[in-house]
Design a binder for this molecule. Structure first.
Ligand code: TMP
Length: 207
């Protein structure tokens, strides 16, 4: 059995991940691979419960360390019960956010050291890394306006502007550090252009 590939989609708030996730899935299916679509935090029963706790603004303040550990707890469940079994069966996994989001949000946004995140990444993931990551980037005003036009803001969406600026800069520096794996797309252009670039990236990936 040939192991499947692991593809992740990343980006700040309101950059159009949901629309483009469906598009990426349909592109992958044209290449005749079976795609398991999933998300983080979440993807299993327990991990979805952790997600609800993380996004909920009510109740006691969640410390930065607790937030980081909850994210990796959810990730451990997700890898063990969903991602690894799917890849081992030869399916491809398309995941809405993964550990690059932790470097961006907890590292960039919350100022948690890279070494701490790396330590947890090694503990929870071992050798598992995405084969391809697509990063949708847009100026934060654009993304936040879109996110705020939706219903209630969650605990992350309610953060201050500086937080999102740090998240964005952190994502961009990761893309610069790992250009082979992370493909950067300007999401601040018409959807048709974004999707043309996505299709090209996937075509190259399949070559
Ligand atoms: P979503 O908006 O893509 O559904 O993700 C939920 C929130 O979780 C989003 O605001 C970013 C946040 N998040 C982190 O802070 N760290 C992580 O590692 C992941 C996967 C998500």
């Amino acid at each position: 059995m040939i192991r499947g590939k692991f593809i992740t989609l990343e980006g700040g708030e309101g950059v159009g991940k949901t629309t483009n996730l469906a598009f990426i899935k349909s592109c992958l299916q044209q290449y005749k691979v079976t795609v398991a679509l999933t998300r983080e935090p979440g993807g299993t029963e327990l991990a979805e419960k952790i997600r609800q706790l993380l996004l909920n603004k009510e109740g006691e303040t969640i410390t930065e360390q607790a937030e980081l550990l909850m994210i990796f707890a959810a990730r451990a469940q997700h890898i063990k019960h969903v991602i690894e079994p799917a890849l081992a069966q030869g399916n491809w996994v398309l995941c809405d956010r993964f550990t690059d989001a932790t470097y961006a949000y907890q590292g960039g946004g919350r100022n948690i050291s890279k070494f701490t995140i790396e330590w947890l990444e090694n503990l929870v993931q071992g050798n598992l890394k995405p084969d391809l990551t697509i990063l949708l980037d847009a100026p934060i005003e654009i993304g936040l306006a879109r996110a705020k036009a939706r219903a209630n803001l969650d605990r992350f969406e309610a953060e201050k502007t500086i937080f999102f600026e740090q998240v964005r800069q952190s994502y961009l520096s990761q893309a610069a550090q790992y250009p082979e794996r992370i493909k950067l797309i300007n999401a601040n252009q018409p959807l048709a252009h974004v999707q043309k670039e996505l299709a090209e990236i996937l075509e190259t990936f399949f070559q």
